[in-house]
Write a protein of this length. Structure first.
Length: 210
């Protein structure tokens, strides 16, 4: 969950927004369990055209919608549509923040992954789709050759034909959805699978600054 601190200046949080390119950001104080509201990127536009207008983050944040982890997805989707909001902060039974959920997250559970207006500009193939700067959605049937070419890696192309095969060998058993493994410093998470094969993977690249 990418957040902005309520005490940050524009100069401090603008690079975060440009790096992640989200339309909405939770605004926190102290830590992520203290949500002050939601900042919409579009709410900054008036200040771009009126440079003399004083900017205070506290004055532009919108109220955060809070939902429990136990809330049913179909009920939440109905509320999203009826109340016309697109993001909610999810809390656990102790009141701690577990993360956030968007209307797109819910729709993808129903109809599969949704490509936004930026995906066509940056994706190379249908098999590999960027999610943000360091994460990608990759079909398990993507060839190891194509994977190596795209990510400039050197995974063994002789042992497996597909990246799903490479991941399966690393696990040593048929993994379940959400299982994770590290291969050559790259994180692989199974995002879709059945009893016989891996279908979809989420790839997390190491941060170049680490």
């Amino acid at each position: 969950m990418v957040t902005i601190d309520i005490e940050q200046t524009v100069e401090q949080f603008l690079p975060i927004m440009l790096d992640h390119a989200h339309s909405r950001y939770p605004v926190i104080s102290e830590d992520k369990d203290h949500i002050e509201g939601i900042l919409l990127a579009k709410d900054l536009l008036p200040y771009a055209f009126l440079p003399d207008r004083a900017f205070k983050l506290k004055e532009v944040v919108r109220e955060a919608i809070i939902v429990p982890e136990s809330k049913r997805v179909d009920v939440l989707l109905k509320e999203f549509r009826q109340q016309r909001y697109h993001m909610a902060i999810v809390v656990d039974e102790y009141g701690g923040v577990s993360g956030l959920v968007t209307i797109e997250d819910i729709l993808e559970l129903i109809v599969g992954e949704i490509e936004d207006e930026y995906d066509d500009d940056i994706k190379e193939t249908d098999e590999i789709r960027p999610l943000n700067k360091h994460t990608y959605s990759v079909k398990a049937l993507t060839s190891v050759e194509d994977f190596n070419r795209f990510f400039e890696t050197s995974l063994n192309e002789d042992e497996s034909d597909t990246i799903g095969g490479v991941v399966l060998r690393a696990f040593g058993h048929m993994p379940d959805t959400d299982d994770k493994v590290i291969i050559e410093n790259i994180g692989f998470k199974v995002t879709n699978s059945d009893k016989r094969r891996i279908l979809q993977l989420k790839i997390t690249l190491p941060d170049s600054e680490d």
